[in-house]
Design a protein around this ligand. Structure first.
Ligand code: PLP
Length: 436
């Protein structure tokens, strides 16, 4: 059986054959559930290689990619300068288990660029970053409860993998088996953009709320944008109740501006979680805040947090290059122009066709939500016509455009996407809309 696997012919490396093999050894055939295409139907393609704005599948098909590795690939895939940085680091070794010079450079870059961060610790994923923010918030305030917003995703952390129950203010229910109810009871879930619910949460539980965690632009429920004043009000309420405001900028950090959503909005959180772009395509996360709060962390303080591979030199080298590229030649203006072009073009086509379609957009992020709108919270997204998104997804994939394989994910444009890529994509999505 094993020898059979090692003698696979070239033809047997088609996506369907690879998926058949994967199903025999990997749960559901994938290492992260959304990759399985369950929400849009069918089976996933495998990627052989990627460059710039394009993926090349194991079946030899080229696709213009709007998943961008789920966010990290802001410079497009396989950027030569990032590859070069990894190659140079590789010559020196793959992991040392001691401090290394790259870690210092990475920390200096993050502290320089992200307005609220004075001290930062690097971890290996976004999940580790948000988990560590929660522990630190609890440790620093000596309180247990966390407020989160329905529809925001913060990685697969036990106490954050929680959805709202019925009613505006609820203690959450676990969204996964294996999470003790007692954990989710420490999480209060309220709707995004709902300040009344936030006020009720503080009125009822203010003395035990350690922190409020939020994606400033929730991008794991299609894309939801904050109402004017919402993020400012969060800041104010947290300060009034001595709770910490935690911005999960795993998605928005370095994506919407060099200093993330906090810089764009002029609202400074107490703690920030980062990930995705800061790894340049390798596994990295980070979390940071003021010197005073970060001093609570071991070895200086009582809040324990650690990682064997944290600050790995290859990952640091890739991330430093990715951030330096952004700093040298900020792509944000052009990315926003492309994003707005997609939004306005698709909304105009849909309007002509009489199809209710919202295209919320923030810089290089956009989503297709089949609804009359407005889109203010998770309910507005779940009430939308996800069946129409699924049809558009399949039509696009057949015609060379890879949108995220779920109506609840956000599309990303990279600086490697050309104007031609974008116009071709608008035409292909437009044709898919006409087929609905
Ligand atoms: N926070 C946000 C906003 C995310 O979008 C994600 C992942 O998509 C995470 C946290 C978790 O990051 P990771 O998948 O690297 O653990």
């Amino acid at each position: 059986m094993k020898t059979e696997i090692f003698h696979q012919s070239e033809e047997s490396n088609s996506s369907s054959k690879l998926f058949e093999r994967a199903l025999r050894t990997i749960p559901g055939g994938v290492n992260s559930p959304v990759r399985a295409f369950r929400s849009v139907g069918g089976t996933p393609f495998f990627t052989e290689r990627a460059s710039g704005s394009q993926l090349v599948t194991s079946d030899g098909k080229s696709l213009i990619d709007y998943v961008c590795a789920w966010g990290p690939a802001i410079h497009g895939h396989n950027h030569p300068l990032i590859r070069g940085a990894i190659e140079r680091a590789l010559e020196k070794g793959t992991s040392f288990g001691t401090p290394n010079p790259y870690e210092v450079e990475m920390a200096e870059l993050i502290v320089e660029l992200v307005p609220s961060i004075e001290r930062v610790r690097v971890v290996n994923s976004g999940t580790e970053a948000t988990m560590s923010c929660i522990r630190l918030a609890r440790g620093a305030t000596a309180r247990d409860k966390i407020v989160k917003f329905a529809g925001c995703y913060h990685g697969h952390v036990d106490s954050l993998l929680v959805k709202a129950g019925s009613g505006a203010l609820t203690f959450g229910h676990p969204t996964s088996a294996g999470i003790p109810r007692s954990f989710s009871r420490e999480t209060i879930v309220i709707p995004f953009n709902d300040l009344e619910a936030l006020d009720r949460a503080f009125a009822e539980h203010g003395k035990s709320i350690a922190g409020v965690i939020v994606e400033p632009y929730p991008a794991n429920n299609a894309l939801i944008l904050p109402q004017p004043g919402f993020l400012e009000a969060l800041r104010k309420r947290c300060s009034e109740h001595d709770a910490l405001l935690i911005f999960d900028e795993v998605m928005t950090g370095f994506r919407v501006s060099l200093g993330g959503a906090q810089e764009r909005e002029g609202v400074l959180p107490d703690l920030t979680a980062l990930g995705k772009i800061i790894g340049g395509g390798l596994p990295v996360g980070a979390f940071g805040g003021s010197e005073t709060i970060m001093r609570e962390l071991a070895p200086d303080g009582p809040v324990y947090q650690a990682g064997t591979l944290s600050g790995n030199p290859l990952a640091m080298a890739a991330g430093i290059e990715a951030l330096n590229l952004l700093r040298r030649d900020p792509p944000y203006k052009r990315l926003n122009t492309l994003g707005r072009h997609v939004k306005h073009s698709l909304e105009a086509i849909a309007k002509d066709l009489g199809i209710p379609l919202q295209v919320p957009q923030m810089g290089s992020m956009f989503a297709l939500i089949f609804s009359d709108g407005p889109i203010l919270n998770d309910r507005d997204v779940s009430d939308s016509r996800t069946d129409q998104f699924n049809k558009v997804f399949r039509s696009c994939l057949e015609n060379g455009v890879y949108l995220p394989p779920s109506a609840y994910e956000t599309c990303f444009i990279s600086s490697a996407h050309s104007e031609e890529d974008i116009d071709k994509t608008i035409a292909i999505i437009g044709a898919a809309l006409r087929e609905l």
